[in-house]
Write a protein that binds this ligand. Structure first.
Ligand code: 5GP
Length: 190
C-alpha cells in the first residue's frame, strides 16, 4: 500500500454537455490521473473501441456482474446499463493513484454515498440550445434517442446542487483548466 491513498474525482454532465472534449484535455495534461473505463450495454459508436472507450457487454453479462458485486456503482440511463468496475478503482485507491470517473447523476450519487470525500464536478452547457446543437451535430443518435437524451438532460441539470463544483463549458479548454485547478487545489485538502 502507498502512503497516500488515491483520490476519486467524479465528473458528470448531461448528454451534450461537451464533457468528452473537456475530459480529453484533462487527460492529456494530467498524466498521473487514471480514467476509469466503464462497462455498458449500449452499442459502440463509430470509432469507439472495446476496452478503451468502454467495455461493451451484453445485458446478461451486465446483470451477472452487477449481481456479483463487480460494480462500484451502476445505473440505467435511457434504455442501457452503465457501470464502473470496482476492482480497478480499489487498486487505484490502494496504490495512491488518483482516478477520474465520468458517470451520470444516479451513479454519482452512489459514489458520493460510499466516498463522501470524493470531489465532484458538474459540467453544464452555457445554455440548452448549445446542448441541443451539440447533440444534433454529433449525429450519433436516432431522433427518438435524441429526444430521450434531451429530456433526461433537463432532469439531470437539477442534480447539479449535489456536486462540490459546477463548471460552465463555454470553451472546452477553459473548462478543463478550471477543473484541473480544482483537482490540484484539492491535493492538500484530502
Ligand atoms: P454515452 O452513451 O453518451 O457514452 O453515456 C451516457 C451517459 O452515461 C453519460 O452521462 C455518461 O457520463 C454516463 N456513464 C458512462 N459510464 C458510466 C458509468 O460507469 N456509470 C454511470 N452511472 N454512468 C456512466
Amino acid at each position: 500500500m502507498s502512503d497516500k491513498k488515491g483520490r476519486l474525482f467524479i465528473i458528470s454532465s448531461p448528454s451534450g454537455g461537451g464533457k468528452g472534449t473537456v475530459i480529453g484535455h484533462i487527460m492529456d495534461t494530467e498524466p498521473e490521473l487514471s480514467l476509469s473505463i466503464s462497462a455498458t450495454t449500449r452499442k459502440p459508436r463509430e470509432g469507439e473501441e472495446h476496452g478503451v472507450s468502454y467495455y461493451f457487454i451484453t445485458k446478461e453479462q451486465f446483470e451477472e456482474l452487477a449481481e456479483s458485486g463487480a460494480f462500484l456503482e451502476h445505473a440505467k440511463y435511457i434504455d442501457e446499463y452503465y457501470g464502473t468496475p470496482k476492482s480497478p478503482i480499489d487498486d487505484c485507491i490502494y496504490y495512491g493513484r488518483d482516478v477520474l470517473l465520468e458517470i451520470e447523476v444516479q451513479g454519482a450519487r452512489q459514489v458520493m454515498e460510499q466516498y463522501p470525500e470524493a470531489i465532484s464536478v458538474f459540467i453544464v452547457p452555457p445554455d440548452m440550445q448549445t446542448l441541443e446543437n451539440r447533440l444534433r451535430g454529433r449525429r450519433t443518435e436516432s431522433e427518438d434517442k435524441l429526444k430521450a437524451r434531451l429530456d433526461t438532460a433537463r432532469t439531470e441539470l437539477e442534480e447539479k446542487i449535489h456536486y462540490n463544483h459546477v463548471v460552465v463549458n463555454d470553451d472546452a479548454k477553459r473548462a478543463a483548466e478550471e477543473i484541473m485547478e480544482i483537482i490540484n487545489k484539492s491535493k492538500g485538502e484530502i
